[in-house]
Ligand binder design. Sequence first.
Ligand code: NAD
Ligand code: 89V
Length: 333
Amino acid sequence: MRGALIGCGFFAQNQLHAWRDLAQITAICDRDPQRLAETAARFGITRTYDDAARMFADGGFDFVDIATTVPSHRPLVQMAAAAGVHAICQKPFAETMADARAMVTAAESAGITLMVHENFRWQSAIRRCIDAVRGGAIGTPFFARVSFRSGYDVFSGQPYLAADQRFIIQDLGIHILDIARALMGDATRITATTRRINPAIRGEDVATMLLQHEGGATSVVDCSYATRRVPETFPETLLEIDGDRGTLRLDAGYRLTLPEGSSDLSPPVLPWASRPWHNIQESVLLIQRYFLDCIAAGIQPETSGADNLRTLALVEGAYLSAAEGRSVALDEL
Ligand code: NAD
Ligand code: 89V
């Protein structure tokens, strides 16, 4: 498969490293000339563009990897659909439910595969837990705690995170809510509280969310970037899931405990990866491989655009719940 990538920023460097093992990236695009030139040199890519429309017009690729921040996602997905090119788009998929629905409709009308780069459920330790729960290792789950608490400085690599009115739910909570969906099934209702502890940022850096799932299970999804824990666990998501036949725990240090015993799920450090990001970096390779596999097999990815509408609805529902101090049914959104 031949691909192109739009957005040569902080995180796209991981995506380009992973593509090296999976596909040929024939063209890249960024409206920032310095980032474009540096990335082209780093990965030996000669076709470069400062305008995505021109890149699509020139063509020569089967899929596009959209690695820009959220405001550009809708127009870029619509360009991909118009060009008949499969697309994998970074999270957050869209700024509004209306934008997300329009993107899904555009992809369906064009018959392209549209997948959201929702990689946390592809972290190898998390994936192992999802497979265990879906395989019945603890029976029928009735409660989950999905927890991400850290004091890691994410703002130095991603300065926009400090400037946006929305922070932890939209940027990080979206992953953790998606993991809750992958483990416990779709949610019908959410209740949330938010706080801003760090006075140097604009948005909320603490969120505590209660989800009711189809079938009656409950999840607590808690996220914080204001938690100074020792040892620091960034970027681990910790799990505690109770089923009617036992409990699964994923504790700090990637320690899995199931009814039959414990094991170490520490992820590998890929040759281009570095701690503590190696967990996320491995998931980038795994999700991108899965995207290509889905195209080859002609099947819809787990985190298709259509599927991601339900993760995005949890994000919107959490903000609405916190703003209005009430529980929100997702079919309101
Ligand atoms: P960034 O600001 O470092 O990079 C974005 C790049 O896109 C910039 O270089 C910018 O010039 C370029 N760009 C924006 N709009 C463009 C357009 N219309 N045409 C061409 N270029 C355009 O951002 P980042 O930190 O790399 O984040 C990018 C996306 O990845 C965000 O949506 C973020 O939430 C997501 N992200 C995901 C993960 C993950 O684990 N899945 C981790 C970090 C960031
Ligand atoms: O995954 C992300 O989207 C990142 C980070 C892990 C730093 O929150 O922004």
